[in-house]
Design a protein around this ligand. Structure first.
Ligand code: ATP
Ligand code: MG
Length: 430
């Protein structure tokens, strides 16, 4: 048999123990912050019908034209792994009739999970990556835009990421966008030859996308492009002004970035990104905006929508590069050093008794020398060290040591099994 290449697919990551603690912390932290804003979790499938994504994210976007992990299943259905979270959540919202009058509005959902895009892998850009996202349905109040942006800002700040800049723009109403689209075409057409191949195509299909291009020649070309802010109708202007005013009231700093259009087609009015800098490169850690037409597009009643997605890998990358430590508790409450095979069962009984009392406990299983076992207690950052040998079992008395201060107490084995907290308290470890 020929040796197989048993390696993970390009652009994927194994999240190993140790690292997974950071993931859990970030995810748990998001759950905690989002709960304060009255968000509930929604879990949708990891794959969807291809059209759920292609028709909503946009047929001409990079995501749909280049990055989809799609296939035909054994029943010849066109399926895709989800590349983003909003379209699936909107699909679910409509399919489950969560727009019904008896459901409280606005409805606020968050999701956490893997997304899939066939991209060129690099730092902070993977083929399986993970998003923490939120969607709020049923409020066109600009206060919803602002509180949702403020929630992202709070999440980032409390996590310790404080060097992010909020970039804000508006796409206005469909009518404003249409007027701007024409102005942009008029501006770009004379310099078509200077644009990248992709952007020459975008100019035909979806000219706003040119603004979003990462190619140098496109960036230069759009530098003097007309601004959407000059094409807003009254309603769009009022919405944008209200968002700006309320952000200022809350003390959420932002910059206006009229060349930011976002990678998906379904947005209108407010769009935003939180951008940070890593080793001279801009990195978007959170992005989102308003999508008032999307629920209707999926066959539901006209319903306002607002949401964002946070890239978890990018959050972890920023934390790592900035040397920000997460307050993760990994240490054991107790480690039991086991002296001799004859106390194997007594050690099992003791370690279980501690776990049943709710403590994190570990023991030696391998009959190693005491010195090696003590080393393990240190590596595991055990607060208390218990040594168990046949003399302890016979006398029914064990010594428990504070592994930091070396202070010791001797207690009855049976009371240790029943009441570890008072032993910890005696050692100053409670
Ligand atoms: P970019 O312009 O960087 O390609 P995007 O506009 O395609 O981003 P969104 O679809 O808005 O990104 O996704 C929201 C967030 O998810 C991004 O801001 C980023 O933090 C993260 N993200 C997107 N694509 C990837 C990826 N391939 N790998 C890791 N994180 C990603
Ligand atoms: Mg992208």
């Amino acid at each position: 048999m020929k040796a197989m290449k048993l390696q993970k697919p390009k652009g994927t990551q194994d999240i190993l123990p140790g690292d997974s603690a950071k993931w859990q912390y970030v995810e748990g932290f998001a759950r905690k912050v989002f709960a304060r804003y009255h968000y509930d979790e929604i879990r949708t499938p990891i794959f969807e019908h291809y059209e759920v994504i292609s028709r909503s994210v946009g047929d001409t976007t990079d995501i749909v034209t280049k990055e989809m992990y799609d296939f035909y299943d054994k029943g010849d259905r066109h399926i895709t792994l989800r590349p983003e979270g909003t379209a699936p959540v909107v699909r679910s919202y409509v399919e489950n009739k969560l727009f019904a009058p008896e459901v409280q509005k606005p409805s606020k959902f968050y999701y956490i999970g893997p997304m899939f895009r066939y991209e060129r892998p690099q730092a902070g850009r993977l083929r399986q990556f993970h998003q923490i996202g939120v969607e709020c349905f049923g409020s066109s109040n600009p206060a919803t835009d602002v509180e949702t942006i403020a929630m992202a800002a709070q999440f980032l700040k409390e996590l310790g990421i404080d060097n992010v800049i909020l970039h804000l723009n508006t796409l206005g109403s469909p009518a404003s966008r249409q007027a701007y689209r024409q102005a942009l075409i008029d501006y770009l057409l004379p310099m078509k030859d200077q644009l990248s191949k992709d952007s020459q195509r975008r100019l035909e299909e979806n000219p706003l996308r040119v603004l979003d291009s990462k190619e140098k020649e496109d960036k230069a070309a759009v530098e003097q492009a007309p601004s959407i802010l000059d094409y807003l109708d009254e309603e769009s202007q009022a919405h944008f002004d209200a968002v700006r005013r309320m952000l200022e009231d809350l003390g959420v700093a932002y910059v206006i970035d009229t060349n930011m259009v976002r990678g998906l087609d379904y947005y209108n009015h407010t769009i935003f990104e939180f951008i940070t800098e890593i080793e001279g490169n801009e990195l978007t850690v959170c992005a989102g905006g308003r999508y008032d037409g999307l629920v209707e597009y999926f066959g539901g009643p006209a319903t306002a929508g607002f949401g964002f997605g946070i890239g978890v890998e990018r959050i972890l990358l920023v934390l790592e590069k900035k040397g920000i430590e997460l307050p993760i508790e990994t240490g054991l409450d107790a480690y039991i050093a086991v002296l001799g095979d004859e106390v194997n069962e007594a050690a099992l009984s003791l370690v279980q008794a501690l776990r049943i009392q709710g403590f994190k406990a570990e023991r030696d299983y391998l009959g190693r020398k005491l010195k090696a076992q003590f080393k393990s207690a240190d590596v595991f950052a055990a607060k208390a060290l218990i040594t168990l040998g046949s003399s302890e079992v016979e006398s029914g008395q064990v010594t428990v040591k504070n592994n930091q201060t070396r202070q010791e107490v001797t207690v009855a084995l049976e009371s240790l099994k029943k009441d570890f907290p008072s032993v910890l308290a005696e050692l100053g470890l409670a």
